[in-house]
Design a protein around this ligand. Sequence first.
Ligand code: PHE
Length: 453
Amino acid sequence: MSRNSWATRFGFYLVAIGSACGLGNLWRFPYVVGENGGGAFVLLYVLLALLVGLPLLVGELVLGKSSRRSVLLATEGLTADFQTKFKAPFKFLGWFSVLMCLIVLSYYAVISGWVLHFLTQFTLNLFSVETNWSTSIQMLQKNGWLQVGLASAHLLFVLVVVLRGVQEGLERFVGAIVPFFVLLLCLLMVKSLALPSSAEAVRFLFYPDFSKLSWASMAHALGHVLFTLSIGFGTMVTFGSYLRDTEHIPTAAVRVTLLDTGLSLVAGLLIFPIALQASQVPLTDPGLLFDALPRFLGETKGGALFGFSFFLFLYLAALGASIGLLEVIVSNGVDKLRMDRVTVGWSSALLALVLSLGPALSDSVLRQVKLGSRGLLESLDAILINWILPLIAFGFSLALSWGLSKHRKQHYFIDNSRIESTVLFSHWEFALRYLVPGIILFALLLQTLGLLY
Ligand code: PHE
């Protein structure tokens, strides 16, 4: 992508939404909610999206727009501005983001492979080829090499898109289909809410029973907020760098946050009635979505068509998010290491494939490898999202508040035609400087205590 601005204001929204809305909303959100006991966690998640996610999202966009660079060079520029002597740790911040993109891409590819598998199954089903749903996700989880094959196919698609330079087009396309996807989800949600278990599901999702929270729940909610809004990965810095001058960053950030959070809640309302009624895997299992939904659709009139459309949209959403991840690695490699796109593209996709062997084989060849009670895929996801991502976000909040001059922040935040803008600016600065790092440290502290008790 050359560093021009988007031709229309819509361009930014579509790309940002294309990257934010993905497997995080539909696959990860329901089982993390299940793991943390429901309503109280959902409340925590929404609060943290507004108190931590939103200020950081604004910060990353401001950083991108003001530096017009991708994350490595942008964060280096920040440390050059630093008035304090604490420069050194922040120098690595950009590198951590890029590394995160690589590792997350590796297991994101595995889950995207699951989506591809169900898409194929439903396509066959559409043409009346019989499949046996009851064993499907369990069968897939146990078939490690099939998962490796599917993950390779996915990585290849992503690579082709990124190397042909059409990623912006595709992400835009994904952003554009999100409204249709939401419509389909709402339709399915209405069907699912007609199940007898729906009252229990709504209560589970929205009645805050704080006794169900664990020491680690706050860090889990925080990690998920960062993951689902694509914060700490450098993606939003890149998108910010293409923002047009007339675009008002806070408004854009509020819209992206609300849409993404709303989508997760709809996903919850869709999955839980079904899961409580019929799922054969526990609510805490990463296979939850893939067990509950096909089972339900298998018994619904027109299920094959719904299933086909759902998994097609979900696959496109996964593709949009994966493209964002690979694009960060490639553009930073090109900017910083001065390598050519094809070399960085192929080597990072291959590296991601090698790394994906661990999570793909976690329920078969590597079944014995466990960290605590979790398998490899779950452990990797938990360590990255619940520990490392909050630490990166902590670094970003400090780097942005102390490393960006007030003048630069004001220039990119304040819209002179709105009187409330100046007041909002001081709230944002306060949040970024004290509230965000404070909440992150508190959540990590609680999570550490949870390990001890
Ligand atoms: N936000 C995406 C999701 O919810 C994941 C993602 C993270 C994509 C970081 C790009 C960058 O699925």
